[in-house]
Design a protein around this ligand. Structure first.
Ligand code: NAP
Length: 491
């Protein structure tokens, strides 16, 4: 017998945007008995881990923040990592979440009890929690992708992944190799180039880059936002509208992406005079197939005297150098692996045991990226196929959070102990989803990317606009679920 007082409304795993947003909304809805488990000693998720030089968000800050918690004090249109982390810390305090936050507690196992309709969650520090619902918000971008380069293990200098920056290493006066030219690398290179002796940028695929609208948001503008929240809300709406328009280019109106290609080519032409270098920097796949990058200073950094774009593939790493296929050896003091994340191979962050003890398998499909057949009362935020190429992920997270609240409200109202998405509903949903993705630029754009598995299945992206996703998530569709009534075995 389990005492009702020992049963939480939810266990939330992860204290990034997703977990904290969920916690705030649960509290507001009266489901206040929850805990947030966080493996690290600090909240912030990806914005805690990624602290490389130049780290900032390439989505406008006024959109990349909770809709219910506008921040008038962003200092830049694209917020630096430190400001985003501070914003999340502030949310924890403002919404009184500290008492329910268990830092340094990684969830290690979660098991569903069919009879009681409860999850039991264990943590790395030996704590055990029982809850009606399990919400996992650990995010897809936390398993680093380490390149299989011969000799990399034996390198004797400093070597670290972009998401695990070695703060003890001073770049000043050093020769640094940056491997990769994705969203992280193009922020790192301009930030380290002025201090480093040399920077070698190892490019495998030239990315599409568009300039960002930047500048500062001065104190007067911040004060205006604080005084007139409607002004900030209007800005958020217009940013949302603009990004959604560009989103059309990925799936619906591919000609929109052609406009982007023209703008990007023009920007490259304007920025890089040397035709040979320009050719090396010119992408050879359809724009949007990989994430579109935004930068005002990457091309300038590449043209610095102390920076070299290296396009010959890396053949091997030696104790103090990198050798490329053309036989050239470049001595370096440090290697920064800006090689991204293994996001396409959807993996549960710890064993999640659903009905009949089945463990959530790697590569599992979900329904609406949120629920999994056979795993009752389990919800994932930013589960399979909820990623975006065009706008703020916070928009998707908030849609999911609302949906999960809808599920919990339905359970409470109808006295349900178990909600399990129907397998046929989930199957049909994924068939349609993959059919739509087959027509998208991600699948047909002539590139490889972390959006797809090695077999070519796109497991990461939502195939439409966020307006559509939000509309689908606005109502919890109980009819898509098998539900079991609470038999009140809980004392
Ligand atoms: P990424 O976009 O996956 O880029 C990885 C880079 O490493 C690519 O250029 C890739 O080349 C290269 N690479 C991988 N293995 C290599 C090898 N063996 N040899 C040479 N090059 C290799 O990773 P990321 O830049 O860390 O970004 C990942 C995601 O994080 C982004 O797409 C975005 O969603 C998020 N992010 C967001 C922001 C933001 O501002 N919001 C900033 C940073 C990251 P290929 O292209 O040839 O594979």
């Amino acid at each position: 017998m389990v005492a009702r007082s020992d049963v939480l409304d939810a266990v939330i795993v992860g204290a990034g945007f997703a977990g904290l947003g969920m916690a705030i909304k649960l509290d507001a809805a009266g489901f206040s008995r929850f805990v947030i488990l966080e493996r690290a000693e600090r909240v912030g998720g990806t914005w805690r881990d990624n602290r490389y030089p130049g780290c900032a968000c390439d989505v406008p800050a006024h959109l990349y923040s909770f809709s219910f918690e506008p921040n008038p004090n962003w200092s830049l249109p694209y917020a630096p990592q430190k400001e985003i982390l501070a914003y999340l810390e502030r949310c924890v305090d403002k919404y009184g979440l500290r008492d329910r936050l268990h830092l340094g507690n990684a969830a290690t196992d979660a098991t569903f009890d069919e009879e009681l309709g409860l999850w039991t969650v264990e943590t790395s520090r030996g704590k055990t929690f029982r809850a009606r619902a399990l919400v996992v918000g650990t995010g897809p971008l936390n398993r680093w992708s380490m390149p299989a380069i011969p000799g990399l293990e034996g390198f004797r200098g400093a070597k670290f992944h972009s998401a695990a920056w070695d703060d003890s290493f001073s770049i000043d006066g050093k020769r640094v190799a940056v491997v990769g030219t994705g969203a992280s690398a193009i922020q790192i290179v301009p930030a380290i180039a002025p201090g480093a002796a040399r920077v070698f940028v190892h490019q495998r695929t030239a990315p599409w880059i568009l300039p960002k609208q930047n500048g500062t948001i001065d104190e007067a503008a911040q004060a205006r936002f604080a005084r007139r929240p409607a002004l900030q809300a209007a800005l958020r709406k217009s940013l949302y509208g603009i990004t959604e328009f560009w989103g059309l280019g990925f799936t619906h109106v591919r000609s929109v992406m052609k406009l982007g290609e023209i703008a990007s080519r023009k920007y490259l032409e304007k920025s890089v005079a040397d035709p040979a270098l320009r050719a090396e920097l010119t992408p050879r796949y359809a724009m949007g197939c990989k994430r579109i990058l935004f930068s005002n200073d990457y091309y300038a950094a590449i043209q610095r005297e102390n920076v070299e774009l290296v396009t010959d593939a890396i053949a091997e790493v030696r104790e103090r150098s990198i050798v490329t296929r053309d036989g050239r050896e470049r001595e370096v003091d440090a290697i920064v692996l800006a090689t991204g994340f293994d996001a396409a191979d959807v993996k549960a962050p710890f064993p999640i045991r659903g009905s009949g003890g089945r463990v959530l398998p790697d590569g599992a499909d979900a329904y609406l990226g949120t629920t999994f057949a056979g795993f009752p009362n389990f919800f994932m935020i930013i589960g399979p196929n909820t990623g975006l190429g065009h706008t703020s992920m916070v928009v998707m997270m908030e849609a999911q959070i609302g949906y999960i609240l809808g599920a919990l409200r339905a359970m409470q109202k109808k006295k349900l102990k178990r909600l399990d998405v129907r397998a046929d509903v989930q199957r049909r949903y994924n068939e349609r989803l993959q059919a739509r993705l087959a027509k998208s630029v991600w699948n047909g754009g002539g590139c490889t990317s972390w959006y797809k598995t090695e077999a070519g299945k796109n497991t990461t992206l939502w195939p439409g606009l966020t307006i559509e996703y939000r509309a689908r998530m606005a109502r919890f569709d109980l009819e898509s679920y098998d539900a079991a009534l609470e038999a009140l075995p809980v004392a």
